[in-house]
Unconditional design. Sequence first.
Length: 183
Amino acid sequence: MKNVQRKINKLTRGDFIDVQCYKYNGHLYRQYDGVKIIDITDKYVIALMLKTKVAEENTNWVVSEPTLFLFSKHHYYNATILLRDNQKFVYINLATPFFVDNNKIKYIDLDLDIKTYKEHEFTVIDWTDLRENFINMKYPMELVYKIYEELDFLYLMYNSREEIFNDAFIDRYINILRKNKDI
């Protein structure tokens, strides 16, 4: 953990970096090119995706609307928050804690995701993917327990409207982006 922490400290506000998402078997699943670091706190690295190029094996696209990308430093998740028409659409990806290597944030996708749009509840999706990859990629039971522990943690945060589920928390970063003319 100390080596990872030192590498995290090399990130700087304003840097443009790439993000690589791997599957548990080591396969590069998705790459984001041109993600801007906007803040680094004790709990998160917060970045902005706008005109960010995204590539998967059979498809490519460009992020056309401002989207916050938050990487938890101490928990098994990251979150994207789409900022559209004064609404915030939160999508959480259960994933290993990230590390930085060659100016890239890297993490392992753990197949389970959560949607929390204003008109919907806390919705866990992709159970089938988790079940299939648990078998096919031979996830250790400790990892499965950790995924469930993180689900409980996120559900408690959601119910108490903390951090990524709190409008004031997100609005702080929207204001920073506006002040810096990033959006």
